[in-house]
Design a protein around this ligand. Structure first.
Ligand SMILES: Cc1cc2nc3c(=O)[nH]c(=O)nc-3n(C[C@H](O)[C@H](O)[C@H](O)COP(=O)(O)OP(=O)(O)OC[C@H]3O[C@@H](n4cnc5c(N)ncnc54)[C@H](O)[C@@H]3O)c2cc1C
Length: 420
């Protein structure tokens, strides 16, 4: 079998996409551009997975594989320190432990560098894919910005600078500048006097994710696509030259199906030969009132919290909780985020919280997404984007739509082969 799997059946004219997150909707949108009729099916509603309350950073300079050597340190802290931004349910399930053991195997410098080369080929096309959606009528702003990565102690900056150097070592353009605490506060006055150092990452973007997925869904509908909500797909089967999607209340037929079910991907994709498991890395977010609008997005690596402007409020997103995607939110998580960031921020009312949210990042153990054909002709996968599904969603849609229509994967998609 080729790296592209079995490819698309000839003459794809109707496709069902399972999952109305940023990835599934981007696939639907790109397929429509190529003249394909689409129906998107979601067990909940548009954006009901991870695509709604995330941080909304569109930041190629930071878009890198999750498994890297420092994860091991965080993993150990998670076991011993309940305040850690990385959390494991107690007791962890066997499935989670197996996933983590596999991820640990990828936490070496050599594997990170290899995976980073895969990301590099994607990262250079990220803005172009967003611009294409914008030019094609998706009416949600992607705002050009610098990002501020801020530290309490200068010694904390080393890890982030090393990672940015690793990104730059692949040949990707990365423009950074180191600021003192005062210089950082001049850029973003919501940083407290505790911040001593910051790294400015130039030339990034951000979106408001809820507005973005809503605009994408609107465009899919305007172009004649159907979005069927509150319908859980239970399986996908090949029957002669069609693919049949079985749902709770009806069967859907199509020439091809794209499984873009986020953290719920594995049970749907495994019967089609996809053995790389997808595990939920749940994060939490909320918005708070600010005295003045935030000027730029900020990342605080020590508590692992990202902060993005959200109208006249700020959205704070963080925590990596390896748990079941459908488990109820853990009550103490948001208060622990608040305790961790309170000393580092100023001019934000962290007690005036709204929009509290939990969502599952779809993680793969090797940190590389799963995008392409499966061993079942006509069944495709688009998922496992982990920390970076918003950033990579529009590009994934564009590249996968190309595979469905031509039967061939672009070279940069080959390492994302779901059958690896
Ligand atoms: C706290 C936090 C912060 C983040 N910050 C960023 C960021 O700044 N930048 C960035 O690029 N990424 C970020 N991410 C990651 C990003 O949110 C995800 O990678 C991305 O949203 C994944 O999109 P998706 O479409 O693959 O999955 P999802 O958005 O989870 O969508 C999957 C959809 O499939 C549906 N579904 C599942 N099973 C079925 C079924 N059986 N039948 C029908 N429908 C089904 C679900 O209901 C869901 O709507 C963050 C994530 C979190 C949690």
């Amino acid at each position: 079998m080729t790296a592209e799997g079995r490819g698309a059946p000839a003459g794809v004219s109707r496709v069902v996409v399972v999952g109305a997150g940023v990835v599934g909707l981007s696939c639907a949108w790109s397929l429509q551009r190529l003249g394909v009729e689409v129906e998107v099916v979601d067990r909940g509603h548009v954006g009901s997975g991870s695509s709604w309350g995330n941080a909304g950073f569109v930041s190629p300079s930071l878009t890198a594989p999750l498994p890297e050597p420092s994860i091991l340190r965080y993993g150990l802290r998670a076991v011993v320190d309940p305040r850690s931004p990385v959390a494991l349910p107690i007791p962890p399930t066997a499935r989670t432990l197996t996933f983590l053991a596999r991820m640990v195997g990828h936490c070496t410098s050599a594997r990170w560098e290899r995976a980073m080369r895969v990301y590099r080929a994607l990262n250079e096309q990220i803005f172009e894919a967003f611009d294409e959606q914008r030019a094609g009528g998706v009416q949600a702003s992607t705002i050009e910005t610098d990002l501020l990565v801020a530290f309490r102690h200068p010694s904390e900056a080393g890890g982030v600078l090393a990672e940015l150097q690793g990104v730059a070592a692949t040949g990707q353009e990365v423009a950074v500048e180191i600021l003192t605490g005062d210089q950082a506060r001049a850029v973003e006055p919501h940083l407290s006097a505790e911040i001593s150092t910051a790294v400015v990452v130039r030339g990034q973007r951000y979106i408001t994710p809820s507005a973005y997925v809503s605009a994408l869904a609107h465009q899919v509908r305007i172009r004649g696509g159907r979005i069927t909500e509150e319908t859980a797909v239970t399986g996908v089967q090949r029957r002669s030259d069609r693919v049949v999607v079985t749902g709770t209340d009806r069967e859907l037929e199509a020439d091809a199906v794209v499984l873009a079910a986020g953290s719920w991907l594995s049970p749907l994709a495994r019967p089609h030969g996809v053995r790389v498991p997808v595990q939920a890395g749940r994060g939490y977010s909320f918005t708070v009132a600010c005295h003045d609008p935030l000027t730029v997005p900020v990342y605080l690596p020590s508590p692992r919290v990202a902060i993005a402007p959200d109208g006249d409020r700020a959205r704070l997103a963080g925590i990596m909780e390896f748990a079941d995607a459908d488990a109820p939110p853990v009550r103490g998580r948001i208060p622990s985020m608040v305790r961790a960031v309170r000393p580092l921020l100023a001019g934000m009312d962290l007690d005036d919280r709204a929009d509290e949210w939990v969502g599952p990042r779809p993680l793969t153990s090797d940190g590389i997404p799963l995008v392409g054909a499966t061993r079942t002709p006509g069944v495709f996968v688009a998922g496992g984007h982990g920390m970076w599904g918003v950033t990579l969603g529009p590009l994934t849609g564009r590249l996968l739509a190309g595979v469905l229509v031509t039967g061939r994967a672009a070279p940069e998609l080959r390492p994302l082969n779901p059958l690896r």
